[in-house]
Design a protein around this ligand. Structure first.
Ligand code: AP5
Length: 227
């Protein structure tokens, strides 16, 4: 099953993608993580992307599209994947459609995680990531047992550079300007499912899982938020 997770920064896309991908045994492909890895390893792509990420702007389409095109043809993607944070512009969405068509595939579902701006600011200001294994925490909502230390590997927890308040506001502005149009694009294709992401993490996981299961079994779903 080929799935897209769409929504504003801090909507919980990464948190849900992590759990759902384990449950469904399909890879979680985060464009943000792939770009940050490229920045850390100092590749040409990473060097170009760094400038945009730090400013809260979108990395140019061609850079991101090339990374995703290379990733989705890997062996582990044969039975599907979750694309988290990609596509983010209409042009990216059209390239994805075309690429999938050429591969004889198509997108099955797009989840749009809607969340209040108040929650976004609260979530991103409290988000902490393990510098070693990348596990995602929140100082209030998903705290580690020992302050500042990862439960899984003992690594130090850090704040993402683009989670500074002024960059978060810029990321939100960019989301409204360049990504929101995708909601209508996928609604017209009748594959969009809206999830209210102001709920608790486990409730959201259950709602998303139920929708995926019903789609796999081709059963109708009667649930809140489905459009
Ligand atoms: P990216 O890494 O994709 O960032 P984002 O989309 O802004 O999303 P976030 O990772 O900030 O949020 P999320 O929705 O995954 O929330 P999370 O689950 O972590 O992109 C970063 C940058 O890369 C972009 O700005 C751009 O420059 C570039 N980029 C990436 N993709 C691109 C593309 N396609 N095109 C161009 N440029 C691109 O949750 C946040 C926090 O809240 C966590 O601490 C979590 O524990 C907590 N939390 C989650 N859910 C809940 C809940 N239900 N209740 C309470 N707390 C919760």
């Amino acid at each position: 099953m080929r799935i897209v997770f769409l929504g504003p920064p801090g909507a919980g896309k990464g948190t849900q993608a992590e759990t759902i991908s384990k449950g469904k045994k399909i890879p979680h492909i985060s464009s943000g993580n792939l770009l940050r890895e490229a920045v850390e390893t100092g590749t040409d792509t990473g060097m170009k992307a760094k400038y945009y990420i730090e400013k809260g702007l979108l990395v140019p389409d061609q850079i991101v599209v090339d990374i995703i095109k290379d990733r989705i043809v890997k062996k582990d993607c044969k039975t599907g994947y979750i694309l988290d944070g990609f596509p983010r512009t209409l042009s990216q969405a059209k390239v994805l459609d075309e690429t999938l068509k050429n591969l004889g595939d198509k997108l099955d579902l797009v989840f749009y995680f809607s969340v209040s701006e108040e929650s976004v600011v609260l979530r991103l200001s409290g988000r902490r990531l393990c510098g070693i294994c990348g596990t995602n925490y929140h100082v209030e909502f998903v705290p580690s047992s020992k302050d500042g230390i990862c439960d899984k590997c003992g690594g130090k927890l850090n704040q993402r550079a683009d989670d500074k308040p002024e960059t978060v506001l810029e990321r939100l502005r960019v989301y409204h300007e360049q990504t929101e149009d995708l909601i209508t694009y996928y609604k017209k294709k009748s594959i969009l499912k809206q999830i209210s992401s102001d709920a608790g993490i486990e409730a959201i996981t259950k709602e998303v899982s139920d929708i995926i299961n019903c789609t796999l079994q081709k059963k109708p779903l009667i649930s809140r938020g489905v459009v």
